[in-house]
Design a protein around this ligand. Sequence first.
Ligand SMILES: Nc1ncnc2c1ncn2[C@@H]1O[C@H](COP(=O)(O)OP(=O)(O)O)[C@@H](O)[C@H]1O
Ligand SMILES: O=C(O)C1=C[C@@H](OP(=O)(O)O)[C@@H](O)[C@H](O)C1
Ligand SMILES: [Mg+2]
Length: 175
Amino acid sequence: MIRIFLTGYMGAGKTTLGKAFARKMNIPFIDLDWYIEERFHKTVGELFTERGEAGFRELERNMLHEVAEFENVVISTGGGAPCFFDNMEFMNRAGKTVFLDVHPDVLFRRLRVAKQQRPILQGKEDDELKTFIIQALEKRAPFYHQAHYIFNADELEDRWQIETSVQRLQQLLGL
Ligand SMILES: Nc1ncnc2c1ncn2[C@@H]1O[C@H](COP(=O)(O)OP(=O)(O)O)[C@@H](O)[C@H]1O
Ligand SMILES: O=C(O)C1=C[C@@H](OP(=O)(O)O)[C@@H](O)[C@H](O)C1
Ligand SMILES: [Mg+2]
């Protein structure tokens, strides 16, 4: 039985790589944020506004427990999921966990054009965004580094790079 959790900071490529990897493995893909949005009929941004971050984290934990029941699945979590409650330990027990490690410069490049959908980054100017990413990575590193595997995901810019990353991930996981 395969149950893989992809973790890492916002913009690390959890959704992009998770989707491509699951397709290659021919098993279902679940993005935890998408799952939450479908379940609640609201965007992650709306849920943050309505419930605050603490409220979002609670429902995120509950939904993580729900998706972790599925078998033969690739699950991409949101970037914050491993860093709250005992979520990281829980995922380590439930399946194989992978930390998608990406250089802060690459994260910055990806996120400066994709910050609108991410409530935590909205309204940040470039300078502020870069510092914010570096500081957040420092705080979150102790959680991310508990993953079973660490995978460099700096190169996900086109189809060819994504395909190469999928193959590397298969090798890393022995699949
Ligand atoms: N070729 C690209 N050029 C610039 N940005 C990209 C490119 N591919 C993906 N991105 C952006 O980088 C981010 C990383 O992808 P995503 O899979 O959403 O990461 P995660 O789920 O880890 O937050 C996305 O927000 C996407 O918009
Ligand atoms: O890092 C975070 O705290 C968050 C990451 C997001 O997911 P992605 O990592 O897929 O962007 C989403 O869950 C929410 O905006 C909070
Ligand atoms: Mg995502």
